[in-house]
Ligand binder design. Sequence first.
Ligand SMILES: [Zn+2]
Length: 215
Amino acid sequence: MSLSSDFIGELLQRNHAWADRTDKTNPDLFARNAKGQSPQILWIGCSDSRAGEGCLDLLPGDVFVHRNIANLLPYNDLSSLSVVQFAVDVLKVKHIVICGHYECGGAIASLGSKRLGLLDNWLRNLRDVRAKHKDELEMIPDFHERLNRFIELNVIHQVHNVKKLVPVIDAIAEGRLQVHGLVYDVANGRLKPIDVPDDPHVEHYHLAEDDGDLE
Ligand SMILES: [Zn+2]
């Protein structure tokens, strides 16, 4: 996209052309979306401009989306936690997809040691993944292979993180939700499934409604 003198005018032109095209190929879509949404998928991905949910080739209304730097789900991040709760409890999505991507800038930064300011606090979550897998990562001599493995390990950790959230625990127990890990390759546009091992610590996060006194 060029730095046009009429930036908004150019955006509106593109938008109107897209809306006309979409309406032609999916005549009921906008009327249906005007009445509400019932997406089946919650997509949790990176903010990276190259790695959005557009790669699914789905339509407006199909995917509920949360994106942040390095597709993280920290237990103290009100924004992503609210998205998950709304998607699972209210929209009743059937699938949560955690999607990382190769060449992720957040992951590259977290393998290095340069100060970035405020961002360092966010990337701390990724540094924790790096620290947990220090031995495995240091065994990989090639930087890109190490980076790719780190990105995949982060997806595994974020799948484990989302599966520790109460709404997700309940929905999985009720058999109405699955959580998946994927990595998107910015070099060829393809998604790759990540084999996510069971989290050995997950039972420590299962909370009962009433577990007696707090003593
Ligand atoms: Zn990224």
